[in-house]
Design a protein around this ligand. Structure first.
Ligand code: B12
Ligand code: SF4
Length: 461
């Protein structure tokens, strides 16, 4: 049997917002699962290959798959539906499966919105997906596969969730060979991604990924990570690597061990990863730097303690200052993420956040508008109070207002977003030059994002 995995083409504004893309890692893991079970698999990364719908249609016709597996975030879901429709138009016999951080939390709605989707996989996908393959090869019954939703006569069946994979080392390495690896590059530097752990026990109101991979942190063994890094570096010539873990430093002991090993093995990569300001110290900062890290991301989110408390961030402004200082001292760039436009935010809160972004010491700042992704506490908060302005999923990019705010109109919050970028970046010109000189990768990726925010040209798609 043949499976075609597709990251859909998108005509929306997102592509120009993000400026670049990375490998669809989820599909690469799933392809490995399919291959282990003896299926023939291919992956289409439409974003990386700049494919249009008609290109994808041609590929489907040529490859003639039995199964199509589509991945999607919230803002791309209309594109995912379009791909499913295209597949069914080509042949009604193609089985369509979808997964990812959107459909996980709205499985029934997904099946209602897209009659061309046969199965929804919720949460971590590997085991549930493998279960569907067993159903399709008649080894299992649908009702026995946890973590999926599907159509049945007179309705939709939404099975209970699949338990999290305890030992993540049982997941095979991603099928990099099925991806257009050479296309992932920035300024002629080959770029790759790795996820060394899954899950995060914190409960930030806006966070979708910690719900997708669960509240239980599970790390790959140091050996496994080193193997993957070596493959990326020596087989695919990736010199720049982004660690995609929700919080790389969540298990500080392991983060220290891992960075020590990267250093000892002499793997010459430059990389970036995320930390929490309450889970960071001088030792880890030094180790990260020694192991080739150039940037650490901190979710600082707000300069207003009241907003931080609303988010449930469990950090203080002092922690933020102190951790940023430690990272800077170790020679790391620091990227602070800030969110404005929570439902009750006041002008003072937003001003305080912008001011804090400049005082906290981060070298780079990313500002976004609070966006209630399905599944999150913010989604519940907003929908319970009828504050959702639109169900047009394309607008869920974090750069378009989708919440009715108490103290701002949509236009006003957009202007504040724009002002946040201008205010942060127009200030220290010396710093921008400095970062550009050192080819700060993260900074480069942020430029298109900031540019769009500053031109306020991101309302439509
Ligand atoms: C890397 C990344 C990016 C890269 C994307 C590269 C790429 N081609 O994938 C870039 C920088 C381009 C990007 C952009 C954006 N991103 Co982003 N990104 C991530 C990040 C950090 C990692 C994604 C990843 O590789 N995960 C690892 C893999 C293994 O997980 P996965 O893809 O979810 O796949 C697993 C399951 O979901 C499931 N699954 C997924 N697809 C499928 C398909 C099938 C058929 C099946 C069976 C199962 C299945 O099984 C997989 C294996 O377990 C996640 C956070 C996270 N921890 O996941 C955010 C995340 C996906 N991004 C998010 C957002 C909001 C965005 C942006 C809108 C902009 C922004 N403000 O950040 C844009 C929109 C991009 C778009 N095209 O829609 C949100 C999505 C929330 C949502 N509901 O949509 C996330 C979850 C972060 C968050 N805020 O919580 N992003
Ligand atoms: S710490 Fe990060 S990954 Fe964890 S819940 Fe908060 S935002 Fe999500």
């Amino acid at each position: 049997m043949k499976i075609l995995f597709i990251s859909p083409p998108t005509d929306s504004a997102i592509k120009s917002v993000i400026g670049t893309t990375g490998p669809p890692l989820g599909l690469a893991y799933l392809a490995s699962i399919a291959r282990e079970k003896g299926f023939d698999a291919r992956i289409v990364d439409s974003l990386a290959e700049n494919l249009t719908y008609s290109d994808v249609e041609k590929i489907i016709k040529q490859y003639s798959p039995d199964i199509i597996g589509i991945t999607s975030t919230t803002s791309m879901i209309p594109d995912a539906y379009a791909v499913a429709k295209m597949a069914k138009n080509i042949s009604k016999d193609i089985v369509t499966i979808i997964g990812g951080p959107h459909v996980t939390f709205v499985p029934e709605l997904t099946l209602q919105e897209s009659p061309e989707i046969d199965y929804v996989v919720k949460g971590e996908g590997e085991i549930a997906f493998s279960g569907i393959l067993d159903v399709l090869t008649k080894k299992k019954e649908k009702r026995d596969v946890l973590g999926i939703a599907y159509r049945k006569e007179n309705g939709i069946m939404n099975n209970p969730p699949q338990p999290l994979i305890k030992d993540v080392d049982i997941i095979p390495e991603p099928s990099w060979d099925l991806l257009p690896m050479e296309k992932y590059e920035i300024d002629n530097v080959q770029f790759g991604t790795i996820m060394t752990s899954r899950g995060c026990p914190y409960n930030c109101i806006f966070c979708s990924s910690s719900l997708q991979f669960g509240k239980q942190w599970r790390g790959h063994s140091v050996e496994r990570v080193i193997d993957e890094l070596k493959t990326l570096r020596y087989k695919y010539n990736k010199r720049e690597i982004e660690f995609l873990d929700d919080t790389f430093t969540l298990n500080m002991k392991r983060a220290l061990e891992l960075t020590e090993r990267i250093y000892k093995e002499g793997i010459d990569i430059r990389w970036s990863g995320s930390a929490r300001v309450n889970l960071f110290n001088e030792e880890i900062a030094k180790n990260m730097k020694k192991a080739g890290a150039h940037t650490v991301y901190f979710g600082i989110e707000s300069g207003s303690q009241a907003t931080l408390d609303f988010i449930g961030k469990n950090i203080t402004l002092e922690m933020a200052k102190s951790s940023v200082a430690k990272a800077n001292k170790a020679g790391l760039h620091t990227l602070g993420s800030f969110i404005i436009g929570f439902p009750d935010d006041t002008v003072k809160d937003v001003k305080t956040t912008i001011k804090f972004s400049k005082n906290v010491g981060v070298t780079v700042a990313q500002f976004t508008i609070a966006t209630p992704y399905p599944g999150t506490r913010l989604w519940d908060y907003v929908t319970e109070r009828k504050l959702l302005l639109t169900m047009n999923w394309r607008k869920f990019t974090t750069l378009s207002p989708v919440i009715k705010l108490k103290n701002f109109t949509s236009d006003q919050i957009l202007k504040w977003l724009s002002w946040a970028y201008i205010s942060f970046y127009i200030r220290p010109l010396y710093l921008i030059r400095d970062l550009a000189k050192t080819h700060g990768f993260v900074f480069k990726r942020l430029i298109p994002y900031a540019k769009r925010a500053m031109t306020l040209d991101f309302m439509g798609d």
